[in-house]
Structures are given as C-alpha cells and as structure tokens.
Ligand binder design. Sequence first.
Ligand SMILES: [Zn+2]
Length: 538
Amino acid sequence: MLIKTYGAAVQGIDALIVTVEAFAETGFSFSLVGMADTAVKESYQRVQSAIMQSGYKWPRRRLVVNLSPADVRKEGAAYDLPIAIGVLASCEQISPAIPLDSFMFMGELSLDGSLLPIKGALPMAIKARELGFRGMIVPVANATEAAVVNNLEVYGMSSLREVIDFVAGMSVPEPVMVDTRAEFSRAQSVFDCDFAEVKGQESVKRAFEVACAGGHNILMVGPPGAGKSMMAKRVPTILPPLSLSEALETTKIHSVAGKLKTGSRLMTVRPFRSPHHSISSVALVGGGTNPVPGEISLAHNGVLFLDEFPEFSRQVLEVMRQPLEDRHITIARAKYTIDYPAGFMLVASMNPCPCGFYNHPTKECTCSSAAVQKYFNRISGPLLDRIDLQVEIMPVPFEELSSAREGERSEDIKKRVVSARLIQEERFRSEPAVHCNAQMSSRLLKLHASLDEEGMSTLREAMKRLDMSARAYDRILKVARTIADLDYATREGFNPADRKILVETASKPVAVHHIREALSYRNLDRGSWGQTVSKLPF
Ligand SMILES: [Zn+2]
C-alpha cells in the first residue's frame, strides 16, 4: 500500500516540506527517486540495517520511495527516519495509531537503529508549525532546539525502536517543552566578562562605545599584549540586547550550520566569532559542495573578530568585501543559489609592524620602514575603506595599571549605546533597510549629517593637513553623526521613552567638536603609517 510521511529540506536558513511516499507491492527490490544526493541514496543500507536491528523484518517486497517535490534538492542522511517509518507502514509491519500526516519525522539512522543529530531542526520546526503540523519527531540531541517553536509537540527520541513504539501507540512520551519567551527575557545580558575589568585605555573604550552606538566596523592597531583581544571580547556586552526575532534568525543560522550544541535552545546573546587567520575563504563566507553558512553568517547580529588582520590571506579578505557591504551572501551553484544573512560588526586587530613594536613607548622596533609599509599594504584600500574607526592601542604602563580604578561597567556603557540607537531608529524610520548610522548612503549622509560653515572648514582643513583620502570623508561624517547622537543622548532632559524627544534629537546638527573626535579615529588615513606620530592639529 501507499504511505505518506513528512520531512523537510533546508534551503538557505529556511525549510521546505518534503513528502516521503513509500509504496510496497509484490516483488523484491528497492528504489529511491526524487533528486536526492549521495547521502540520501545510501539511506537504503542504513534503513535496512536499522529496521532489522530494531526487531523488524526487511520486507520481501518491491519498494519504491519517492521524495517530493522532485525539484527541491535533498541532502544529508536525515530522511532515514521518515523513509524507515514509511517502509514499515507501507508493508503493514506497523499500523499507525497516530495520524502520520500530522507529524514531521527527521533523523539520521545508524546501522544499530540509534538516531543521530541533524542540521536545521529549528527552521524545520518553524515550517512544521507554519503548516499546521501537530508535532515533530527529532533525534533527542535536537529536541530543545526544535522545541524553541511553541505550539508544536516536539518529541526527542534516541532510536528507531522508540519512534516505532510511539507511532504504533505502544508508548505515550511527553513532548519537550521550552518556554521560549520566558527564557528569552530571563537570559538577556548574561556575560562572563565586562568592560569594568579593562583598566585604563579610556580612549580606546570610548572608540568602542562609538562603534557600537552607530554599528561601525573598527580596527585596532597596537603591539602584542596591549589588550586587543580583551577589548574585542567585551564588544557584545555593550551592544543593544538581541530582539526576539534577531535571536531566532541567529539561532536558525547556527542550526542549519550544525553548530548548536546538544540541548541548545534559543541563542539569547549576540554571537562572537573569532576565526583563526589560517581560515579558508569557504569557511569564512560559506559554501562547499553542500553549502553551509560560514563565519560571517555565524556572526550575524553579532561580532566577527579578526585578530592579526594582515595575516589572513589576501583572497580570504577580498571575498569578505561584498558581504560586508550587502549584509548577506549569495552562494551560486549550477542549479540553485542560496542566500545567508551576514550582518555583523567587524572588529579587527593588528600589530603595527611585523615585529610588533613600531611606535612602542619603551621597546625598539627592528623593522625597516619598507617592511612596515609592506605589512600595512596587505590590507587593501577598499577593505580598509569599510572600517569606519581605526584606533591605536598601547599597553597600559604597570604603575598605572596597579593604581587605576575599576573601569565603567558594560551595563552603563550599553545604556548610552541603546539610547543612541533609538535616536537612529527614529531617524531612519522611513528607510526599512537602514538601522544605524554606519549604513547611511551618500544620499542619507547629505540629509542627516550636513555641517555648518565651521564644521565644514575644520573637516576640509584636517583632510588637507593630514593628507586624508577622499574616501575617508564619508566615514568621518558617519562617525561624527554617531558621536553627536551619543552626545545628545546624555544631555539633561533626554528621555528615550519619549517619542517626541527622540524625533527632535534625531534631527539635531553635527557640530564641530563631533567632527574633531571623529577625525581622531582615522589613524591609518593620516598619510603613510610612518607619519602617524604626528598628532592632530587641535
Ligand atoms: Zn617592527
């Protein structure tokens, strides 16, 4: 007889429903049809062994299994479970006590019948609920992940035998329950580090506050031991909290990539990814034969930290350029394309020269000036162009370190960042694709960051004196806009809860002192790197 079971295929970070039709008649053969990859085609071996190890017989029938729709690519071994249930039911070895069309089944079978974890359980569960399925059966390792979707009965099972018992009505297991909303509101702002632990470095911390407030990318230049990684790691602690929909989107990406740990639920804090500089371009931006999201997508809604920036291969850095601008990446294959979100804040760091001590207050640099220049040239202009803030970081002298008081807490910095972001949301209310100052186009810059005569002449003068590239101009304006927002957000009378005040604040001007501060975050623009010691003329 003909039996239909249901599974899902992942496309990008969403899922599509896949119907598994199993048909048994007289004869003895097995065929699988419907655009399946090698792993799916091999399921015959796994399903056969798993069925026999679970105490059932492999039917002496002619079996046809069809995965539809045929034009959707199905990859991986996760169809083993719906195929196995379909085969057993079609030759009447089990008679379902549950309505098979109300449940989704996904899971890879090992030869002994145990269920192995799958990728993409979360988007599959979202799809199942969307289509009105009553429940979903997944490997136990994926159960809490799928149960993030409420109003769907999610059952985590560890073997085919358990699933058969459930389908045949011989057991009544409890669905896995996760109260996503309650957990989400509880788990916000739980970090194991804080900016308060960073002593001194006030100007660098300020640069990070500005970067986070406007969503700007930032590059730190400084010797080893200056605390670059320490700074970077704390960036998520001052970024605005994730919204529920951001959290869901980020978790979906990690689910599809198979990067969620067993027992994972919703990711409630912004991701922080720090791939090693030996990473391949595929691992960074995503791709492969069966495409998976890369680091830039795993960092979506969070931070991508690239330490030792010039050590990354030129090719790797180049492939990052486009997604850095577009905030998503498209992976094209002969028969299909896949789109992954990639909206991250880039935090990069580098030594000032190959030996690391160029410009160091106490240590001697052993590099020739040509070597220093060459080191910098490894980062291409167009890439550097997408980094709004470039700051120098120096180690804090020991005497200062021991006497310095504890720094400001991340929670307090975050409050200012959140206020500045609310002003920006108000400013860009009619621009659905723009959320923060860093995303402003030239048109929006003209509209929202115009300068008065004094500001204009200061900027012109500075650009000439410091020999800045014309490219730097827009970057400085964007950062100045953010500095102005932070400034107005901390003035007396500002109230982020008052819409009228937000609207007013959003249209306040960029002043000359905002421009001056923004100029101080363009270390690498001041002529060649060899001249950075020259201080600003004000
Ligand atoms: Zn050196």
